[in-house]
Design a protein. Structure first.
Length: 362
């Protein structure tokens, strides 16, 4: 083989290796950016109606029963930078006070920085009658939040060699290895409903607390606004029955939306659910569907299946199929499971009447 051929093959090999390193670094930066964006915002659940106190504190007691629920979400399991979120809640309606109370536990962990966020919150809502089966609920929530992070495993841009893609040990960043920060947070919400529709508005982080891990530095948690609502269509033809808040022969179709804004991000969920007792199936679109605009941001399609039993147990599973630039093949989407148990507790006053909240189950 000629020396020129050897030199050509060597140069070609270096070029291929350089391109491979480039794409590895580029993909790493995309994943790091996506992780940073996700944790700058609040953790989101696809089955947000199965976690109602997290969506809007005015949902406390909205079923006019007692509810105990747990939620689990595994986001981007195909990546090393996956996000795991857990939630547990309890809420109950107090008939003689027209009030709802609730307690909520949240925890999320992002593996890239071992960032762990824990929250315990108490909720209260008051229900006012506006007309026949037409109500307005006003709710508030107080939370205690703990943020804990380990920065020893983080990789910064200053550590990456552009030529080889290798990562050095020292970043030059002035961060401690393990840091914690606690603060109190406040939220509020409104919720209107009649027999066939609902509309709510909630505001989280009203005080915009400082979440910086650095002493003397200010990094405010942005205010999160949510506008949500929907309409229910009864398909039973009057064949459904209700006894002690246990519904039978339910056939209904519902459409809903949930718009969220938490600077500088915004997001719109559009969905539909078909409830043919005991089976519930649903489909959601998540993104900003602005056709022909640079602002269009398509994030995921979400499929859901649930079982809603007459004994008060609801179990739901959903899968987020990523349609964003991250790609489903790389991220493996997101899995989410919810389990909820509804029952009557305490005073039985009003237990025989039909609950008026026509909301999504998941």
């Amino acid at each position: 083989m000629k020396p020129a051929d050897l030199q050509y093959r060597s140069s070609k090999s270096l070029l291929v290796q350089g391109m491979e390193n480039f794409w590895k670094v580029a993909f790493f930066l995309i994943v790091l950016f996506q992780s940073a964006v996700s944790m700058a915002q609040d953790v989101q659940y696809s089955q947000f109606y199965a976690n109602p106190l997290y969506l809007n504190p005015a949902f406390a007691g909205s079923s006019e029963m007692s509810r105990l629920g747990v939620n689990y979400r595994n986001q981007w399991p195909g990546l090393d930078q996956s996000i795991n979120s857990y939630s547990a809640s309890f809420d109950s309606y107090i008939f003689n006070a027209n009030s709802g109370i609730g307690i909520l536990f949240n925890k999320s962990q992002q593996s890239q920085a071992n960032l762990s966020i824990s929250e315990i919150a108490g909720s209260y809502s008051y229900r006012a009658r506006l007309g026949f089966r037409s109500f307005l609920r006003v709710g508030g929530q107080v939370s205690y939040i703990d943020r804990d992070a380990y920065f020893g495993n983080l990789v910064f841009g200053s550590q990456i060699d552009d030529a080889s893609g290798s990562i050095s040990d020292f970043s030059g960043e002035n961060l401690g290895a393990d840091v914690r920060h606690q603060f109190v947070d406040y939220s509020a919400g409104l919720l209107f409903n009649n027999e066939s529709a609902w509309f709510g508005v909630s505001a989280h982080h009203l005080s915009q607390p400082n979440i910086s891990f650095m002493d003397g530095q200010m990094s405010q948690l942005p205010l999160k606004l949510s506008v949500h609502g929907g309409v229910k269509f009864d398909l039973s033809g009057g064949a459904s029955r209700n006894f002690m808040n246990r519904r039978e022969n339910v056939r209904e179709f519902m459409i809903a939306f949930n718009y969220k804004n938490q600077e500088p991000f915004q997001q719109l969920d559009l969905g539909a659910q078909l409830n043919i007792q005991p089976l519930v199936i649903g489909l959601w679109y998540r993104g900003i569907p602005v056709a022909g605009s640079q602002n269009a941001q398509h994030e995921s399609l979400i499929g859901l299946v649930g079982i809603s039993l007459a004994n008060g147990i609801d179990v739901g599973y959903s899968y987020d199929y990523s349609i964003s630039s991250l790609g489903n093949a790389n991220s493996a989407g997101a899995h989410e499971i919810s389990i909820r148990y509804s029952f009557l507790a305490g005073s039985q006053q009003g237990a025989g009447r039909k609950s008026s909240m026509p909301c999504f189950k998941y």
